[in-house]
Design a protein around this ligand. Structure first.
Ligand code: ZN
Length: 274
């Protein structure tokens, strides 16, 4: 009798074990067999080195006025600093490729971006970026260009910049705070979001005759809902102003950028890129 009881307990134990293992395997495989394009997995790498990381530097105007506008002399020094320390400047397209393939780099790299669309991008940035062969990206918002004026860029300038290896991408229609727009929850707010995220992309594509793949959030303000709208609009990556490098072995849709402030020393800038 005792032997039969033990046998039954043994059978029950083995059954529970088998069922648990089955559920475990099924559950694990389900995570990875889910629509792979939609699931952004964090792939665990125990040895993330500098070669897996890409810092993206963010600048605004180049007139040395205010905390976010660096002087031209400082900018040239910082650009030279990268070259002198064998840190390569790569385009956002190269960065995207490496993230898609989870490929570390063979040397230290950074990406460089400028926001808004100031005239100094044309008069100062373009010549220096061209002379150093740096593929920088400019995030412009439509209203700044459409309004015209002596301090902003024109469509013609953007065309010339494109031909000189400056990549133009989208920074919304009017540079409104998109989180505030989303939180309004009104029909007008929704239409405005459509204009800021979807329509601005199409307008740039039409005027620049190229595909626009990247969107930078105005003021760096974003949410999960906004990143999903951007994904739906067809952007391949979106950009915040959260500090920290981007790790190429992680499938991040939203990439970080570090704002270089005008009072940063050379050492500080080098520490961001090092
Ligand atoms: Zn901006």
């Amino acid at each position: 009798m005792i032997k039969i009881d033990n046998l039954l307990i043994g059978i029950s134990f083995v059954s529970v074990l088998v069922v648990s293992l089955y559920i475990g395997v099924w559950y694990t495989s389900d995570i990875y067999s889910e629509n792979k394009n939609q699931v952004f997995r964090a792939i665990v790498h125990s040895n993330v080195t500098r070669l897996h990381k890409v810092p993206i530097l963010l600048y605004h105007n180049i007139d040395g006025k205010g905390p976010y506008s660096i002087s031209f002399e400082k900018l040239k020094k910082q650009f030279a600093l990268l070259k002198n320390h064998d840190i390569s400047v790569i385009s956002l397209q190269q960065l995207e490729e490496h993230i898609d393939e989870h490929n570390p780099f063979k040397q230290k790299v950074v990406s460089i971006t400028f926001d808004d669309g100031y005239y100094s991008m044309y008069s100062m940035l373009m010549p220096v970026a061209r002379s150093m062969d740096y593929p920088v990206t400019l995030f412009v918002y439509i209203d700044a260009i459409a309004q015209g004026g002596t301090k902003t860029l024109t469509w013609k300038m953007l065309h010339i910049m494109q031909k000189n290896n400056i990549d133009i991408q989208c920074h919304s229609q009017s540079h409104e705070d998109l989180v505030k727009l989303y939180n309004k929850g009104t029909r007008e707010g929704k239409y405005a979001l459509y204009r800021e995220i979807y329509l601005s992309k199409r307008i740039l594509e039409l005027y620049l005759d190229k595909k626009i793949d990247y969107f930078a959030f105005p003021y760096g303000r974003y949410s999960i809902q906004l990143t999903e709208l951007c994904r739906d609009a067809g952007y391949k990556r979106v950009f915040s102003t959260d500090y920290g490098p981007n790790i190429v072995t992680r499938d991040n849709f939203c990439l970080r950028r570090h704002h270089v402030k005008s009072n940063y020393t050379d050492e500080k800038v080098l520490s961001l890129a090092w």
